[in-house]
Design a protein around this ligand. Structure first.
Ligand SMILES: NC(=O)c1ccc[n+]([C@@H]2O[C@H](COP(=O)([O-])OP(=O)(O)OC[C@H]3O[C@@H](n4cnc5c(N)ncnc54)[C@H](OP(=O)(O)O)[C@@H]3O)[C@@H](O)[C@H]2O)c1
Length: 305
C-alpha cells in the first residue's frame, strides 16, 4: 500500500466507507438478459427488483451479505464497516422490494442495526403496493440478553415494526419478557430443532401468516447457513469489498453446514468504481446477484433478473 507523503492516511476501519462519496452511477457489467455493459444511474441500482410471490405457502426468501475479498463477513466483529454507502443502498433497495427483514440475534448483539428507510425509499415501497413500514423479525433461541440490548434502535424505533421469533423449547427470562411486553414487542414461539433454534420453515411461516410475500434475510452467517440448509433461500445478493483484513477469527458469510454443495447461478454483476481513500488507487466494489440452485430439485419459480 502506498501512502500519500505528508498526508494523514485515513483509517481503513470503522467509518472508512463514509469517506467515499456516493457515485452518480454504477456499472452493469454482466446480466443474464438485459443489455450490458452499461452505466446505471444510482437511482436505478436494484430499483426494479420484483420478486415472485410465495412458493409452497412460504414467502420468497432472498439473502443479502457483504464480505471482504477474502471472504470475511465481519471486521472487528462488525459487518457495517465492510461496504461503502452504495452497499448500504443495495440493502435498502432489497428492503424496498420485500415485506419483511429476517435477522439473527447474533447480528443484533454485534451491531446497532436498524431498519429505517429514507422517506424516498419508503415512498417506493408504497408505490410498489407495500406498506411503508418494514417488519423486522429477530430469530433467537434464548431470550437471555444483556440488559441494555432492548434500548437499541432495533427494539425502540417507531419507524418499523418488529417481532421476536423464538424456539418453543427455550425458557422465558421473566425480566426480558416483561421489557418486551412493555415495548409492545410480540414473541412468537415456533417449533425448535434439536439445537433449540427456531426451525427456519416455521419462522418463515410466521411471516407468511402476517401477509409477507417476500422476505430478505440480512444474516447473519449462522442464520443464513441454516436457511440455505433448509433449502429456503431462493436468491443470494453478495457484495464483495475490495480489501482484505485477515486474522484467525474469520467468519464466512454462510457459517455452518449448508447441506452439501449448493450452486449459485449468477443473474447479474454490478460494479462500483471508486477511489481508495487511503491510497488514491482505483478500487471496485462488486454486487452480484445469484439464483440459488439446490442439487435435490430446482425451485419451480424464479424471478426476472
Ligand atoms: N457480512 C454481512 O453481511 C453480515 C450480516 C449480518 C451479520 N454479520 C456479522 O455476523 C456476526 C454475527 O454472526 P452470527 O452468525 O452470530 O449472527 P446471526 O446469524 O445473526 O445469529 C446467530 C444466532 O441466532 C440464533 N438463531 C436463532 N435461530 C437460528 C437458526 N435457525 N439458525 C441459526 N441461528 C439461529 C442463534 O442463537 P443461539 O446461539 O442462542 O442458539 C445463533 O447463535 C456479527 O459480527 C455481524 O457483524 C455480517
Amino acid at each position: 500500500m502506498v501512502s500519500q507523503p505528508g498526508r494523514a492516511r485515513p483509517a481503513v476501519g470503522p467509518g472508512w466507507k463514509q469517506t467515499v462519496p456516493l457515485p452518480g452511477h454504477v456499472r452493469l457489467v454482466w446480466h443474464t438478459s438485459a443489455p450490458f455493459p452499461r452505466d446505471l444511474p444510482l437511482d436505478e441500482f436494484y430499483a426494479d427488483l420484483a420478486f415472485p410471490g410465495p412458493g409452497g405457502g412460504l414467502p420468497y426468501l432472498v439473502a443479502n451479505m457483504v464480505m471482504t475479498q477474502n471472504g470475511e463477513a465481519a471486521v472487528g466483529g462488525k459487518a457495517g464497516v465492510i461496504g461503502t454507502r452504495v452497499d448500504s443502498l443495495a440493502l435498502t433497495r432489497l428492503r424496498v422490494a420485500t415485506d419483511a427483514v429476517l435477522t439473527g440475534i447474533g447480528t443484533v448483539l454485534a451491531e446497532d442495526v436498524t431498519a429505517v428507510l429514507p422517506e424516498s425509499e419508503a415512498a417506493r415501497r408504497v408505490a410498489a403496493g407495500r406498506r411503508p413500514r418494514l417488519t423486522v423479525a429477530v430469530l433467537a433461541s434464548r431470550l437471555a440478553w444483556p440488559p441494555d440490548l432492548l434500548s437499541r434502535r432495533l427494539f425502540t424505533d417507531p419507524r418499523f415494526e418488529r417481532l421476536i421469533i423464538a424456539g418453543d423449547r427455550s425458557a422465558d427470562v421473566p425480566e426480558t419478557a416483561r421489557r418486551l411486553a412493555d415495548l409492545g414487542i410480540e414473541v412468537v414461539r415456533v417449533r425448535a430443532g434439536a439445537d433449540s433454534r427456531p426451525d427456519p420453515a416455521a419462522a418463515l411461516g410466521v411471516l407468511a401468516a402476517r401477509g409477507a410475500q417476500s422476505v430478505v434475510t440480512e444474516g447473519g452467517p449462522h442464520v443464513l447457513a441454516s436457511f440455505v440448509r433448509a433449502r429456503l433461500v431462493r436468491e443470494y445478493f453478495l457484495t464483495t469489498a475490495p480489501f482484505v483484513v485477515g486474522g484467525d477469527d474469520g467468519l464466512r458469510p454462510m457459517a455452518g453446514d449448508v447441506g452439501g454443495p449448493v450452486s449459485l447461478s449468477r443473474m447479474s454483476r454490478i460494479e462500483h468504481a471508486f477511489t481508495d481513500p487511503a491510497t488514491a488507487a482505483g478500487l471496485i466494489e462488486a454486487f452480484e446477484r445469484f439464483r440459488v440452485l439446490y442439487p435435490e430439485a430446482s425451485p419451480a419459480s424464479g424471478s426476472k433478473p
